[in-house]
Design a protein around this ligand. Structure first.
Ligand code: ZN
Length: 46
């Protein structure tokens, strides 16, 4: 029985502006702890 339970521990956060969940991106690799917004747009929309 090959049961593949492939649960990838995806890193996700919730955008502080639009409230939508977003996933880790390569460009945030170094600043993931500080990322609060899903996009540059939300980041500037404060
Ligand atoms: Zn957002």
């Amino acid at each position: 029985m090959g049961r593949h339970v492939s649960k990838k521990p995806k890193m996700t956060k919730t955008c502080a502006h639009c409230g939508l969940p977003f996933e880790w991106r390569k460009k945030w690799a170094k600043v993931w702890d500080e990322v609060k917004y899903c996009s540059e747009r939300c980041r500037r929309a404060r």
